[in-house]
Design a protein around this ligand. Structure first.
Ligand SMILES: [Zn+2]
Length: 133
């Protein structure tokens, strides 16, 4: 699960050009943020985002979804996309408050990330096969 998380986070950061630490944490330990899937942590003095934490339970759910683990998917009722959560938090590096500008930045990052995804496999070989006579 951790290896998958590290690989995903590295991929996303490389595509979007960020180097802020993104780590797994138990959000039950952050009072008032227990329900948050992701948290952007800002430096109290500069206001700069210094780290992003992703809730460990959500990472486990995302891992199950990514690996199509049907046994676990059965109880994953609601799934917020892992990439959306990461992009939402990264958008806080530019816009601290939620709102129109933050939403636009989240959408822009997501679009950039998804357009950089590996191209789908080429069309079926049957199309190129020589028909039998
Ligand atoms: Zn937020």
């Amino acid at each position: 699960m951790r290896a998958w998380f590290e690989a995903e986070v590295s991929r996303i950061k490389a595509i979007l050009g960020f180097d802020v630490p993104i780590i797994i944490a138990d959000h039950d330990e952050y009072k008032g943020h227990e329900q948050a899937l992701g948290i952007a942590h800002a430096d109290r003095e500069t206001g700069e985002v210094i780290a992003i934490t992703i809730d460990e339970f959500f990472v486990e759910e995302s891992f199950a979804v990514a690996h199509k683990d049907e046994h676990r998917l059965a109880w994953v009722v609601e799934f917020d996309n892992f990439e959306e959560v990461i992009c939402h938090e990264l958008a806080h590096l530019k816009y601290w408050h939620h709102g129109r500008w933050h939403n636009r930045e989240t959408a822009r990052l997501l679009e950039k990330l998804r357009s950089a995804a590996p191209a789908p496999a080429p069309a079926s070989e049957e199309v190129q096969a020589v028909p039998r006579v």
